[in-house]
Design a protein around this ligand. Structure first.
Ligand code: NAP
Length: 268
């Protein structure tokens, strides 16, 4: 071991706002140095960093702009984190966008498809490939302990609940489900565990425009737990998964959705 006292390192894509920020905070509270990736909102990324540094012990942080949909940006992102800390123990593929314009699938455009699939699926797949190679290299060089590395993919209830006005988004998240299983299978022999965290309706900028529509639905029982989910709910789940509490589990889907996924039989 080269640096026993060095904290483990987490890279969180889309860590500047919303769910990603909640994950950054939860991981920092669990003792991780956190690399906060963002696409373009520098002020939001700075605010996440400020919140992290205000935590007890001022955990080390790093802010890194990179479009996860772009190959060169992903490479620069990983290189930046490695140059700073020399390792990545946890990758959270959280960055994502909704369907541009939320157009009916009879009207949806190829441009929208390409954009959503690049950011929500292709980016996470190849970022995982890049980081996994690095995790294996670090193991081979005995710089990290085997069994402490995790990859978490943030999917959505849209992975299994189709909405015909965001087909590209649903398909990207359904693909992420298979991607999680593929990487869980491929990396099991290396002791790297891979999980899918599947949020329900979470209060963030992404859902802000639909707030008035969703609130009465939630109150009427859209999810058995009748409240909006929070970024903190998702962050706590990710922190629990990477803590080593589930050593004989990989490839699992963990729903953070207030029970939305429970299929109900109508009462007669
Ligand atoms: P959000 O509030 O819109 O935040 C999106 C985050 O992703 C921001 O940090 C943004 O960076 C970043 N991002 C967007 N495109 C990027 C790109 N090309 N490269 C790098 N970063 C990029 O979204 P959210 O609600 O927190 O959602 C986070 C994840 O949870 C997404 O994958 C989403 O699909 C999933 N999810 C959300 C909900 C929900 O109800 N909110 C439910 C299920 C799943 P900037 O700040 O720089 O723009």
């Amino acid at each position: 071991m080269s640096s026993v006292r060095q904290p483990p390192v987490a890279l969180v894509t889309g860590g500047s706002r919303g769910i990603g920020r909640g994950i950054c905070l939860a991981l920092a509270q669990s003792g991780y140095a956190v690399a906060v990736n963002y696409a373009g909102n520098e002020a939001a990324a700075q605010e996440t960093e400020r919140l992290l540094q205000a935590l007890p012990g001022s955990p080390p942080t790093l802010r890194c702009q990179a479009d996860v949909g772009q190959s060169a940006d992903r490479e620069r992102l990983v290189e930046t984190v490695l140059a700073q800390w020399g390792r990545i123990d946890v990758l959270v593929n959280n960055a994502g966008i909704t369907s541009p314009g939320r157009r009916d699938i009879l009207e949806a455009s190829e441009d929208g498809w390409d954009q959503v699939l690049a950011i929500n699926l292709k980016g996470p797949f190849f970022l995982t490939q890049r980081v996994a190679r690095e995790m294996i290299r670090l193991q081979n060089e005995r710089q990290v302990e085997v069994g402490r590395q995790n990859i978490i993919n943030i999917s959505s209830l849209s992975a299994y609940a189709p909405a015909t006005n965001r087909g590209d988004y649903c398909i990207s998240k359904a693909g992420m489900r298979m991607m999680t299983q593929l990487w869980a299978l491929r990396l099991a022999d290396h002791g790297i565990r891979v999980y899918e965290v599947c949020p329900g309706v979470i209060e963030t900028d992404m859902t802000a425009a639909a707030k008035e529509k969703y609130t009465p639905l939630i109150e009427a029982g859209l999810s058995p737990i009748r409240r909006w989910g929070t970024a903190e709910d998702v962050g706590k789940t990710v922190a629990a998964l990477v803590s080593g509490t589930f050593p004989f589990s990989t490839g699992d889907v963990i729903n953070v959705d207030g029970g939305f996924h429970i299929r109900k039989f109508p009462s007669t």
